[in-house]
Design a protein around this ligand. Sequence first.
Ligand SMILES: Nc1ncnc2c1ncn2[C@@H]1O[C@H](COP(=O)(O)OP(=O)(O)OP(=O)(O)O)[C@@H](O)[C@H]1O
Length: 394
Amino acid sequence: MQKILIVEDETAISSVLQSILSDELPTHEFIIAADGLEGFKYIEKEDFDLIISDIKMPKVSGTELLKQALQVKPESTFVMISGHADIDTAVDCLKEGAYDFISKPIDINRLITSVKNALNKEKLAKENKTLQKENSTLKKKVSKKYQMIGESPALKKIHDMIAKVASSDARVLITGPNGAGKELVAHAIHSQSERSRGPMVEVNCAAIPSELIESELFGHVKGSFTGAIKDKQGKFELAHNGTIFLDEIGDMSLIAQAKVLRALQESKVSPVGSDKEIKVDVRVLAATNKNMQKEIEAGRFREDLYHRLSVIEIYVPPLDDRKEDIKLLVDYFAKALADEQGTAPKFFEEGALKSLESFSWTGNIRELRNIVERLIILGGNTVTAEDVAAFVRK
Ligand SMILES: Nc1ncnc2c1ncn2[C@@H]1O[C@H](COP(=O)(O)OP(=O)(O)OP(=O)(O)O)[C@@H](O)[C@H]1O
């Protein structure tokens, strides 16, 4: 039940207020306090959805009550009641944080509107808080999904680099073989940066046909080419105030590279078929498994774009160069998979771990994760070296 506190020293007025408002708001509970002091005691003890307070009262005035209450309960919503003589004080109350004021003699319609609006505001504020909580839980879940496990010197160095670059807007090129964790690095940079409140938009440059990449990145207007049946926003625009992650940038066509270069130079994008330019504030992260020097020498990648993208370069080494992380990764994946399936995590015997460490992991961490999943499904309750020998062909 929603609760409203009426603080008023004139009992005639407080009972009229209560009677009018309880007709309008029959499901609300009303509590009356005879002065500011009593009102404050109630506020300390209970939470009210709305406090209606007279300004002029003996002992503690309405203004004082407002200040004190907002100190202990900053989210309280106040509607003040003022006499003709204290309109200025009423305006001051608004500056102090009151939601509204009503002057005496009280106009009933004005009172009801103000009270309903104030309650609505309170309801919206509560809903907003719940949404914020849900959002932070979701963010925590997402950041768990992108957790980077490992304590090898190589991984520690990567964590240090991420912490250093996250706070800046510098462009970062993340290099390393397939499945090594480049996407995780990109997510970690975004989530540790100021931009984490904004979007992170990922584009897999290798997966988009070259004739569509321009429209994908910069958007298009209806009718600009066959199939453009309506206006479409590009990924750069969608990433405004956030981060764009250009994955597999080494596979981007030279034509698209020229367009991206222009977007980076001017911080503006032009949708296909439009002469309009849209200003975007986007941090660019890119990743590739290609050797960029070779790509440049072969004329497949523009050197000027490479320099623009690689202000900072983070190299994620293959798993074979950090085998000391295998045990931690196996434990982590075993636990994550058990959580997903709602089962107890399986234990990997020392012998099983030793075998896994002896392999060469060309598919890197992605491959290790798949093998752990296979062993959990096919192996015994405890995964042994024999299980590894039986189910992993290396
Ligand atoms: N250090 C790590 N801790 C936990 N999981 C990891 C780690 N590194 C990679 N992974 C997991 O391995 C898989 C591959 O990682 P990711 O996609 O980041 O690699 P990538 O280098 O971007 O690969 P590709 O070049 O193929 O896109 C993902 O499921 C990722 O969550």
